[in-house]
Design a protein around this ligand. Structure first.
Ligand code: OAD
Ligand code: ZN
Length: 487
């Protein structure tokens, strides 16, 4: 099964927000079963990097784990018996060129290479528990590895250099820009997953098993106070925007911006002047809020002062409905409906009441219209992506996102594979293949790209005399590191 299924039938973009690795884990587990793999105790339980290690994505199978290798580990020759990075790249290219069946025939069937070694070419570490086993024992793992790779968009070999990136910018007419929290960090807004500075690293005090639970719809329904205890920290503030937001606006001014798919809920694109019709807020925004009980909608501003004061905003429409209900004889006889707001108060009522069926109705909580884990994305996301942009797009630029959250993470794989894709971020990603990776602070990268393109990107955060040094990342002909000279 493809990790990124083709957008037909049940489109993946309709699925609710989930962490991308969890999706991958399910698929791999299904394959394990389909291939009748003898991975003992296969439980398909997924473990995230609990030790915070950046080096591994770990898929747990009972006591045994599949460890995913990163290209850096192959390049540095850190794994005994593994392919070199060059060999790995060649094997991957060959697989995409000739397909899975012919590839298996050419390699394993002819004993040109062992399945054990071949696993490493596709980023799977031979597990310790198979050590010493016959090579066939690695076949099921290899099947998983091949499927993962085959589902991945292959890099287009003709795009590698900064000059290529600049030329693409100049020549493209319908650019899809996919953004994440990294484009707002220079404004002092934390991203989510950066070690030490990301929001999730700062939520230990909440005592959640996973910090992402603050954005989990089920957790919110159970106890909205968890979300509102941090909401003030992510609330949009003044009307500022970063040079990267300015870059997106510049693309719009040049008539090149097809759509900006943003995962950000800070609404800052609007501050830069990006038009609403050019933006898809994939994870919603604070611009509006909805009552969880009666669906009454308000503008976000109406609840901001409550949020800033650390209060849980309540619906202003519910009390009227409650009052009308109370006038009816059965008004107080409804089953207690909790808005989940005050667990303690609920218990208090339970203790003081002889009859659990009587209740004092409370107004619903106003939930900002941001998309929580477990909720569907706005319809516009899939509609526009599949039925509009897929036909038109001629360049994809992904900026400041770890691409860890599906379905947005699947966008690069859903767009036509012949369309060039550029990735701009501090940290490269390995689960999606981009043609050109421009690494560093995105504000610096985009200002340098504009300089080289002869475009005038003006922003008070870009010094007039800024000089940027670009160096290739060793072992990667299409990865380039941007640094301000003297920084
Ligand atoms: P992440 O925090 O996962 O990723 C941000 C990426 O931007 C990381 O790769 C950083 O290295 C990079 N970065 C940070 N500052 C940067 C800078 N100044 N220049 C260049 N790169 C920089 O944030 P997202 O990918 O946006 O969803 O997270 C996706 C979703 O996960 C969010 O929309 C949110 C979250 O859970 C929901 O809550 C539903
Ligand atoms: Zn209401």
């Amino acid at each position: 099964m493809d990790l990124v299924p083709a957008p037909s039938g049940k489109t993946p973009v309709k699925s609710p927000v989930v962490e991308v690795e969890a999706v991958e884990a399910v698929d791999v587990a299904e394959q394990v079963e389909a291939e009748t793999v003898a991975l003992e105790d296969a439980s398909s339980e997924f473990e995230t990097d609990s030790d915070g290690s950046e080096d591994w994505d770990t898929l747990s199978h009972g006591g045994d784990t599949i460890q995913f290798l990163r290209d850096e580990q192959l390049r540095d020759g850190l794994v005994p018996g593994a392919c070199t990075l060059d060999e790995a790249v060649a094997f991957r290219q060959r697989l995409h060129d000739i397909g899975k069946a012919a590839f298996v025939e050419e390699t394993i069937a002819r004993e040109a290479v062992t399945a054990k070694k071949l696993c490493t070419a596709f980023g799977i570490m031979p597990p310790a528990f198979l050590e010493g086993a016959p090579d066939e024992s690695y076949h099921p793992l290899l099947a998983i590895a091949l499927s993962r790779e085959f589902a991945r968009r292959p890099k287009l070999p003709q795009y590698n250099t900064i000059e290529d990136a600049v030329r693409l910018l100049q020549e493209s007419k319908n650019i899809v820009v996919l953004t994440g929290a990294g484009i707002s960090t220079s404004l002092g807004i934390p991203d989510f997953r950066s070690k030490d500075t990301g929001l999730y690293s700062k939520l230990e005090h909440l005592g959640l098993s996973d910090p992402q639970e603050v954005f989990d719809i089920h957790v919110f329904q159970e106890d909205p106070s968890i979300f509102f205890s941090i909401a003030k920290d992510i609330l949009p503030t003044e009307k500022k925007f970063s040079p990267t937001h300015g870059f997106i606006k510049l693309l719009q001014d040049k008539g090149k911006l097809l759509t900006n798919y943003t995962q950000n809920i800070d609404n800052i694109e609007a501050n830069a002047g990006v038009l609403p019709e050019k933006i898809v807020q994939c994870h919603g925004s604070f611009a509006t809020a909805t009552c969880v009980k009666c669906n009454f909608k308000v503008l976000g501003d109406a609840i901001f002062s409550d949020i800033r004061d650390g209060k849980i905003p309540e619906c202003t429409a519910c009390p009227e409905a409650i009052a009308q209900e109370a006038l009816k004889p059965q008004g107080l006889k409804r089953k207690r409906s909790s808005n989940g707001q005050h667990k303690d108060r609920k218990e208090e009522f339970d203790d003081s009441s002889d009859d659990d069926d009587y209740e004092i109705p409370t107004p619903g909580v106003m939930k900002p219209d941001i998309t929580f884990f477990g909720e569907d994305l706005p319809d516009e996301f899939g509609q526009r992506l599949i039925h509009h942009d897929r036909e038109l797009v001629d360049l994809v630029i992904v900026i400041g996102t770890s691409l860890k959250v599906a379905p947005v993470a699947e966008v690069p794989g859903i767009l036509p594979r012949n369309v060039p894709q550029i990735y701009i971020s501090r940290t490269p990603v390995s689960h999606t293949g981009f043609d050109i990776d421009l690494l560093g602070d995105c504000d610096v990268v985009v200002s340098e790209l504009c300089r080289r393109a002869g475009w005038n990107l003006q922003h008070h955060m870009i010094p007039a005399d800024e000089a940027v040094e670009v160096t290739p990342l060793e072992g990667h002909e299409s990865r380039h590191v941007f640094k301000v000279v003297g920084a």
